[in-house]
Design a protein around this ligand. Structure first.
Ligand code: GZL
Ligand code: ZN
Length: 352
């Protein structure tokens, strides 16, 4: 009789453990009761990495939006700049049967197969920030992000208006482009914006080299470019972290970052406007112009999910509107693609 009851107790214990380990297999499991879990919308977010201040702000925006008190359970996976890690994360989300997948893709290509798997599993995929280049747009529900080529056009047109106002000869502009991660939409668009303007305006675009959106690489690349070219007078950095690195290299080489090209300074143009040090440099005329790239996609993604929850269809592509920052009042408005764009003049502390 005792043997029988011991066996029954053992079986009960085993069942209890099985239930525990399944639920604890979910990373970042918030402590909530079973019935609360029923109500939470589970969002699997594959973030590409943590390479820049922009990325950290983007991650924070998602984490602070998809909280239990807002009715969500966020499962966050950091891809550490590798597409293979992001593909693995998406497959894990599919196994966990999340309600939505959000993907911030490191580069544009190579997503068709895993997005097809998510589609076959009936899980909507929302793309944020950079774009995916897939054979069939039905492989993702919608995309939210920036118009990167427009950002590049704005920065280039700001430079064009500046040189015209200062009476600089376009062919006297000797520009290097420290690019972002090659193949990322932000790199593709910003590089195109500059290259097209250089051709149209007769600028001397000396070199393009990737700084991978990081400060360390930006410094390294600028050091080698300064060794190779003695006449650089504009450096176009595809994000602020690269700009901080480039300025370190410029100053280490005994040169000065600033808008006074005629006076021998090297003008620094950048993107994002998230890093406080970079915004502070705008006030010091070390960075002359920053094209804003807004990272706060959390609330935008939540709006899309709430539409989908109500059975409605969000726009396929949602572009965020963005500014252009400077502390130099030479250029106050730009015309880009037939649209007038006001320059936001930064004054005082860098919180705009
Ligand atoms: C742009 C984003 C870029 C930022 C960089 O939306 O993809 O990646 O400009 C970030 O700072 O690393
Ligand atoms: Zn100066």
């Amino acid at each position: 009789m005792i043997r029988k009851s011991v066996i029954i107790i053992l079986i009960a214990l085993l069942c209890l453990m099985a239930v525990r380990c399944r639920s604890s297999s979910l990373p970042e499991q918030e402590e909530e009761t079973a019935e609360e879990r029923e109500e939470l919308i589970v969002v699997g977010f594959s973030q590409l990495g943590a390479e820049s201040d922009w990325r950290s702000a983007n991650t924070e925006s998602m984490r602070s939006t998809f909280t239990a008190e807002n009715g969500y359970q966020l499962i966050f996976e950091d891809g550490q700049q590798k597409q293979a890690n992001q593909i693995m994360a998406i497959r894990t989300f599919i196994q966990q049967e999340v309600d939505y997948i959000v993907l911030a893709p490191v580069t544009e290509t190579g997503w068709d197969t895993v997005l097809q798997e998510a589609k076959d599993a009936g899980i909507p995929v929302i793309i944020v920030d950079r774009m995916v280049n897939v054979s069939d747009d039905s492989l993702f529900t919608c995309w939210i992000g920036s118009d990167f080529e427009l950002e590049g056009k704005k920065a280039a047109e700001w430079l064009n208006q500046y040189t015209l106002a200062k009476g600089l000869n376009p062919s006297d502009l000797h520009i290097v482009n420290i690019q972002g991660t090659i193949g990322a939409s932000a790199q593709i668009g910003r590089t195109k914006g500059l290259a097209d303007a250089a051709r149209a305006n007769g600028w001397d675009l000396l070199a393009e080299a990737t700084g991978d959106f990081t400060q360390a690489k930006g410094k390294e690349v600028m050091e080698s470019l300064l060794k190779k070219y003695s006449n650089i007078n504009v450096v176009y950095c595809e994000n602020d972290n690269e700009a901080l690195g480039a300025i370190e290299a410029i100053e280490a080489a005994g040169k000065r970052a600033g808008s006074d090209i005629a006076g021998g300074e090297i003008m620094v143009i950048s993107f994002d406007g998230v890093n406080k040090e970079a915004l502070g440099y705008v006030l010091e005329d070390k960075i002359t112009c920053i094209a804003e790239c807004n990272p706060l996609h959390g609330p935008r993604v939540r709006t899309v999910i709430e539409l989908l929850e109500e059975g409605k269809q969000p726009d396929k592509f949602s572009y965020v509107s963005e500014k252009i920052f400077s502390a130099d009042e030479t250029v106050m408005t730009l015309m880009v693609d037939g649209t007038e764009c006001q320059v936001t003049i930064l004054t005082g502390n860098p919180s705009y």
